[in-house]
Design a protein around this ligand. Structure first.
Ligand code: GLN
Length: 198
């Protein structure tokens, strides 16, 4: 098993470490690798899209030829987890800012994103949120975070904060507005491991 973290920009190392921790806790063997170039996504059993700056990430992934590989993988049922900027990239529909800049989205999940939903109020904050399937609240770290403003029929809402959707799943895809890789609590990584079948 091979889990690939897109390593073009953003908090990559944290995701690799959180994944390794979750694998160890689950007593499962798999490798977590960084993806910088075309050709590696098709060899992976799961993909993580980290946080960062979604415009930059999207443009560089497109230029590298990684975006089309991710789309093919997603359509083939490979589990994909996007956090923060990764959530923005997974979206099919953007807000006015996204439309104005024409930033490339992967358009994989039937969700509309508000790209900097919490950004102007507070740059970053932590709050405990309920997460469907987890028995206790999760300490969610938000950093210039987006939120989901609309979901299509096949999308399951997993978590909300102050009335805004901050986590959702559509079949093999998981989108989080916050950063589970920045806390010691690996429960959401375990949730993703279950999606992979580990
Ligand atoms: N709001 C940022 C963006 O759209 C994402 C911030 C983050 O990933 N921490 O690029």
């Amino acid at each position: 098993m091979r889990i690939g973290v897109i390593a073009i920009q953003g908090n990559v190392e944290e995701h690799v470490n959180a994944m390794m921790k979750a694998l160890e806790e689950a007593k499962q063997e798999a490798e977590a690798i960084k993806i910088k170039h075309k050709g590696i996504v098709p060899t992976c059993d799961a993909i993580i899209l980290p946080g960062g700056e979604s415009t930059t990430l999207g443009r560089l992934m497109e230029r590298e030829g990684i975006s089309s590989e991710i789309k093919s993988a997603a359509h083939a049922g490979i589990p994909i987890m996007g956090t923060c900027a990764g959530l923005v990239l997974l979206s099919k529909h953007g807000d006015k800012q996204v439309e104005r800049t024409g930033q490339p989205l992967l358009s994989l999940m039937d969700i509309r994103v508000n790209r900097n939903a919490f950004g102007r109020q507070r740059e970053s904050f932590e709050v405990h949120v309920d997460f469907k399937g987890l028995s206790k609240p999760f300490n969610a770290v938000f950093i210039r975070a987006p939120c989901i403003t609309e979901v299509g029929k096949g999308v399951e809402i997993l978590s909300t904060y102050n009335g805004s959707i901050v986590a959702a799943r559509q079949e093999n895809m998981l989108a989080l507005a916050f950063h589970p890789e920045l806390t010691d609590d690996a429960r959401i990584h375990h949730y993703f491991l279950k999606m992979i079948g580990l």
